[in-house]
Design a protein around this ligand. Structure first.
Ligand SMILES: [Zn+2]
Length: 123
């Protein structure tokens, strides 16, 4: 049953629609014993990779924005079979510095003040 206000905004559909990512299915109607899911057992990693590529946001940078060191890394990964968007998202994450993110800092300062206030209340 769906409860109003219980909606999870980050919830994504399961990778395997048959077993809902558990990897096993009930063998009998009375749920005694289980069998390996035939849809995802043999290609589970590949299915998760395809799912991540489909549901992750597009990278904000392009290959032309990369430095020479980053281009070397991305070309190595590309030759190893990784998708270009996977590589660019990893580079984005590597570049991200929370100390320079004003939105994050404003939120962190509020949370710190709240924590300090609650700590002084419990003394
Ligand atoms: Zn499955």
């Amino acid at each position: 049953m769906k409860i109003p206000g219980d909606f999870n905004p980050w919830m994504k559909p399961p990778v395997c629609g048959r077993c809902h990512d558990i990897g096993r299915l009930a063998a009998n109607p009375d749920h005694r014993g289980s069998v390996v899911c035939p849809d995802c057992a043999s290609r589970r990693d590949e299915m998760f990779r395809e799912w991540r590529l489909k549901h992750s946001p597009m990278p904000a940078i392009e290959f032309t924005d990369l430095s020479n060191d980053e281009r070397t890394i991305v070309e190595e990964w590309r030759s190893a079979g990784h998708h270009i968007n996977e590589c660019l998202r990893w580079i984005e994450g590597r570049r991200y510095d929370p100390a320079k993110d004003e939105t994050f800092l404003a939120h962190a300062r509020i949370e710190f003040k709240r924590w300090r206030f609650l700590k002084e209340q419990t003394k």
